[in-house]
Structure formats: structure tokens, C-alpha cells
Design a protein. Sequence first.
Length: 139
Amino acid sequence: MAANGKEQTWKAPNGIFLSGNLTRDPELRFTNSGTAALSFRIAVDGAGNSGDDSGFFTCTAWGKLAENLAESVGKGDRVVVSGRLRHRSYETEGGKKSSTIELVVDDAGPSLQWSRAQLTRAPRSTAAAAAPVPEPVGA
């Protein structure tokens, strides 16, 4: 957490990209205002021969992306995620102060390195569907 008490977010010019396997089924929750929030962890393999570059990352997706991911991926699935790192401080139930760095997901999907996917377009929101469609010119 920054000295001013706010969360810190680091963002590379093109974001951070990770590819790894889900360690458990994603957990979908909703905020009091009804916004979907999805939490999941991925295991990332190390690129080096010793495997010391391996790691586990907690990821959070919001809104429609969260809902679509919850319906599309599960434990053991290989995914590709992009987003930004966020440092968050919190207090445990025992009163101990702790902190974590997590990935706030901007986009994600199944990895097609060792599998295939059949895409199904998610329905648009009611507001977008209700928007008037302009008539063709000359009709």
C-alpha cells in the first residue's frame, strides 16, 4: 500500500501476460451492487531448466468477463490472462496485517496450445439490444 493509504497498481505499457493452469475452480461472487467478481489462481511454469521461475498468481476478473470466465474454465484448464498487478493490504481474522500482489484481469481465455475451443458469443446486455437500429439508406 502506498504511503497515502491507497492501493498501488503497476501497469506495463502493454500490460502483463501470463499463461498457466487453474489450481482450483474459479469462485464467482457478486458485490452488493450486483457486479460479478471472479477469483482464481493459476500456476505458471518456469522457463528455466531448474524450474525456479515457477509461481502461483491470484487473479481477479470483474463484470461480464468474470461471468463468461466462470462458465468457460475450470480446475486444471490452461488459460492465458492479461492485466495489471495490484498490491493490496489487508488484516487477517487473527488481526495480523498482511499484503498480497494480485493480477487484475483485463482479458482472458483458454490456451489453445494443447486444446481446442468452440466459441459461443455471449448475449449482449438488454440496454444494447434495445438500442434502435438505423434504417438502411434509400429504404
